[in-house]
Design a protein around this ligand. Structure first.
Ligand SMILES: Cc1cc2nc3c(=O)[nH]c(=O)nc-3n(C[C@H](O)[C@H](O)[C@H](O)COP(=O)(O)O)c2cc1C
Length: 327
């Protein structure tokens, strides 16, 4: 196992700390998954915790944000033996070493329809999130939600644990995660949440209704569709412009690889000149003619005639640059 000696040392230190704090490695949490209670808040704190450290941080976040909590539990609970990091054949070692391991979750996953922001907490196990957290993400529809990962550990950072989870739900907006130690204070958690709020305020300067398209020296403005695909595109543009090499297809469109996969909201569309379309999740299309197909609307170019658009795009390949509009 990669980096295993390093992890064994920090693991030994961190587990010593936890056993001093808790008296045992058993699950001390009182709350259990309650699938009958409806989740009403827009913020949900979902967490997995075996010795109470992540749970402690999760409860502080819920208290500060007014969010609901939902605890991930494995259908088959972890015993102290399962968590034995000195045994390469223990359940946790085998699961963490197997990228395809997806331990079943106890009960149904929560109804996330009302919630917009999910804080997702877990302990670091061998540098990663426990595989049962992967099961949770793959069992939910996180499209259009904002996910804020956090972890607790002996000393490892959040590192690639969060990027691996992010890859499982590309339709969500993932914010940079944060690692906490065993003795985390409420003040520390509060400071972190306030800093997220500041980032969010900066994001609020972005106009999600508009996008600029630079093509052949001219900047066009587009009005965006109100769906998760268009929002995901603007979220990407917040990080920087996207340049797309486009070519003609079918004598009615220019199409090019977006370089990112967006959530799809397909419907039967009779396209018109100026329509901005997502095809199969990652092809960006500008229509200058008519076509009928199951496609995802992203938006429409403002104030341009078919003839003007055709002339501007020209014949053959063209490079376009998409950028966000700030208020
Ligand atoms: C199986 C296992 C593997 C662990 N691997 C790491 C690790 O790679 N790096 C680290 O810093 N801590 C590691 N730890 C320590 C936990 O991340 C740490 O104690 C965490 O805060 C426990 O959270 P919990 O009390 O919410 O379960 C590991 C613990 C266990 C049980």
């Amino acid at each position: 196992m990669k980096k295993s000696i390093f992890y064994l040392i920090i693991l030994g230190l961190s587990l010593l700390h936890v056993s001093c704090a808790k008296g045992s490695g058993e699950n001390t949490a009182e709350e259990h998954t309650d699938t009958t209670k409806p989740l009403t808040a827009e913020t949900l704190v979902v967490y997995f915790s075996q010795t109470g450290t992540t749970e402690g941080v999760a409860r502080m976040i819920a208290d500060i944000t007014g969010g609901d909590t939902w605890r991930i539990e494995a259908a088959e609970p972890y015993t102290a033996e399962d968590l034995d990091y000195t045994n390469q054949q223990s359940r946790s070692s085998l699961e963490q070493n197997n990228p395809d391991a997806r331990p079943a979750i106890k009960g149904d996953v929560p109804d996330l329809s009302r919630c917009r922001t999910i804080y997702l907490g877990y302990p670091i196990w061998w540098g990663l999130a426990p595989r049962v957290v992967y099961t949770f993400i793959e069992s939910c529809n996180l499209n259009g939600k904002t996910v804020i990962p956090f972890c607790t550990s002996g000393s490892s950072g959040i590192g690639s644990s969060a990027t691996q989870l992010q890859a499982l739900a590309p339709g969500a907006t993932w914010m940079a995660g944060r690692r906490f130690g065993a003795g985390t204070s409420r003040g520390e958690v509060e400071q972190w949440i306030n800093s997220l709020q500041e980032d969010n305020d900066n994001d609020n300067n972005i106009n999600y209704n508009k996008m600029n398209i630079r093509v052949n020296g001219r900047t066009l403005t587009a009005t965006m569709t109100d769906n998760s695909s268009a929002r995901a595109l603007i979220d990407l543009l917040k990080e920087g412009d996207i340049v797309i090499d486009m070519s003609d297809y079918g004598d009615f469109e220019k199409v090019g690889d977006l370089g990112h996969t967006l959530p799809q909201n397909n419907e039967n569309i009779n396209t018109q000149a100026g329509d901005l379309i997502l095809y199969q999740g990652r092809n960006f299309v500008i229509y200058y003619g008519n076509n009928s197909w199951s496609l995802t609307r992203l938006g429409k170019i403002d104030n341009i005639s078919q003839a003007e658009l055709k002339e501007l795009l020209g014949e053959g390949n063209v490079t376009v640059t998409l950028s966000a509009v700030r208020q």
